[in-house]
Structure formats: structure tokens, C-alpha cells
Design a protein around this ligand. Structure first.
Ligand code: BTN
Length: 269
């Protein structure tokens, strides 16, 4: 089958990329989900630093079984990691990924904020999301797939009307398109940097840098976890990446993951 312009250009770009962390860039024009394909490669022993990327996804997946709308112009990629860490510190990987995304967006002149745990927003609207999927046996991490979706050169009209009011894109915020390949190069540089903090046990630094970009801490939030709904003030992140929430009755809750709503957003839902 003839290669599309996207595949040809992205493959050429990957040959010149020269970032140690990126071992292989597997480029596809269309996929159901780069995460699903990356998991297949991971199960078939693909090495750490293998990246799956696609121009569009037909069944892009978000957190909590949501759909990640993936029209042309967005960045859809999944990175295979094989961290040699105990499962305890794996909870910091979402912080690594979101930090790399936020810094990349900031380097393009915008002011991204991280909404706990790993949404990136610009002007209060979602611009990027991250979905981590892993296989763990006992205490051993077999692989982690870090899936990243960024609304890059997307016209908001190409997103469905129900998410348009809560979503934005780089194109919309900058009022001009961003060079896709250059964006990828900056992102991979930022990911390599953030992941090297993790590999070198600089866990506190990851959290400190995450805190620079977040606007969640200090806010009253409502969190839906897999088992309960919690409400209170998000006041800190512990060294393992748990959010510390102070409920109205003073009780402190440690939350690993959940769907977070800022209370002032509730009026709009
Ligand atoms: C979220 O905010 O809900 C997470 C969205 C993650 C979307 C990305 S796009 C690339 C990768 N492949 C998928 O199917 N999902 C992730």
C-alpha cells in the first residue's frame, strides 16, 4: 500500500530525530488506538522507548472508558516503558508524562495548567490528556504504555458539540498552526528529560516541577474514584504521587487516581 504524506514525512523525521530515549518510532496513518497497538508491541517484547504514532484514531480511548476524539491535526502517540522500579513508584509516571506535555506546550508560548492528575488545560479548557496502561505481575512491572493525546492543529468545530465548550487546541489558542514535526521533537526532548528524573530517583523533583504547573492545589474539588465520591480541599501531593484531600470534617484522604472537578465547574455540568 502506498505511504501517505503523513507516514512518509513522520518516518523521515524519525530518522533525523536523534533523541536517545526514542528507540523506534512506528508510524501509522490510521489506527483504532495507538495505546492498543502499543500494548500488542509491548506483549511481543518491544523495547523501552518504542513509540507508536498515528495521524488519526478511530477508537481513541480516554480515562474512565471515555472516547478520545481523534480527528486529523492532533497528536496521538503511545510510548512503551519498562521501568525497573518497584510498583510503588510507578504511580509517578503520570506526573512524568504530564510534565513533559505541559512543558512542551509552555515552550510554544502558552500557559498550560495541570489539572490533577494528568489533564492539561489552557485558559481552563482541556488541551491534552494522558492514559497509562500497564501489565504488572506481582511486584514486577512488565510494561507501561503511556498514551498521549494533544489537540494540536485541531479546529474546535471538528470536536463534537458536547465537548467543544470544555476543549481547546493549540491552533485555537495561538491562532496559527504549529509545525507537527517540530512539536514532536520538543515533546520527545521534554519526555526524555522528565523520564530521566524518574530513572535517576529524583522523585521529589518530579513532584516539585508538577506543582509549578498545577492549578489544582488549594482548590475545593470533587473527586470520583472507582469506589466513592470525595469532596474537599486539595492541599498537597505525597512523595508517591497521592493527592491529599482535606474533607470538610477535617478528615484527610489520600487519593491515587480519580476524575476531578473543580467546584466552580459544577455549575456548568
Ligand atoms: C484522557 O484525558 O481521558 C486521556 C486521553 C488519552 C488519549 C490518548 S491519544 C493516544 C493514546 N491512544 C489512545 O487510545 N488513547 C491515548
Amino acid at each position: 500500500m502506498k505511504e501517505t504524506v503523513f507516514v512518509k514525512k513522520t518516518k523521515e523525521f524519525s530518522k533525523k530525530l536523534n533523541i536517545d530515549f526514542v528507540k523506534k518510532l512506528l508510524v501509522f496513518d490510521e489506527l483504532d488506538s495507538t495505546n492498543s497497538t502499543a500494548k500488542e508491541f509491548a506483549r511481543a517484547s518491544a523495547e523501552e522507548g518504542t513509540v507508536v504514532i498515528a495521524r488519526i484514531q478511530h477508537h481513541g480511548r480516554g480515562r474512565f472508558d471515555r472516547i478520545w476524539q481523534s480527528p486529523e491535526g492532533g497528536v496521538y502517540l503511545s510510548i512503551i516503558l519498562r521501568p525497573k522500579k518497584t510498583t510503588e513508584k510507578i504511580s509517578l509516571l503520570p506526573f512524568v508524562a504530564v510534565l513533559a506535555v505541559a512543558r512542551t506546550i509552555a515552550l510554544h508560548g502558552l500557559h498550560p495548567t495541570i489539572k490533577w492528575p494528568n489533564d492539561v488545560q489552557v485558559n481552563g479548557k482541556k488541551i491534552a490528556g494522558i492514559l497509562l496502561e500497564s501489565e504488572i505481575k506481582g511486584h514486577e512491572v512488565i510494561y507501561v504504555v503511556v498514551g498521549i493525546g494533544i489537540n494540536l492543529n485541531i479546529d474546535r468545530k471538528d470536536l463534537s458539540p458536547d465537548i467543544q465548550p470544555r476543549s481547546t487546541s493549540m491552533l485555537h489558542e495561538l491562532d496559527s498552526p504549529v509545525d507537527y514535526q517540530e512539536f514532536l521533537r520538543i515533546f520527545f526532548t521534554q519526555f526524555e528529560r522528565a523520564y530521566s528524573l524518574f530513572v535517576n530517583h529524583q522523585f521529589e523533583r518530579i513532584i516539585d516541577e508538577w506543582k509549578i504547573h498545577t492549578d489544582t492545589l488549594g482548590k475545593t474539588i470533587r473527586v470520583q474514584t472507582s469506589t466513592e465520591t470525595l469532596q474537599g480541599i486539595a492541599f498537597d501531593i505525597d512523595p508517591s504521587g497521592f493527592l491529599l484531600l482535606r474533607k470538610e470534617n477535617g478528615e484527610i484522604k489520600k487519593i491515587l487516581s480519580g476524575d476531578c472537578l473543580y467546584l466552580n465547574e459544577l455549575d456548568h455540568t
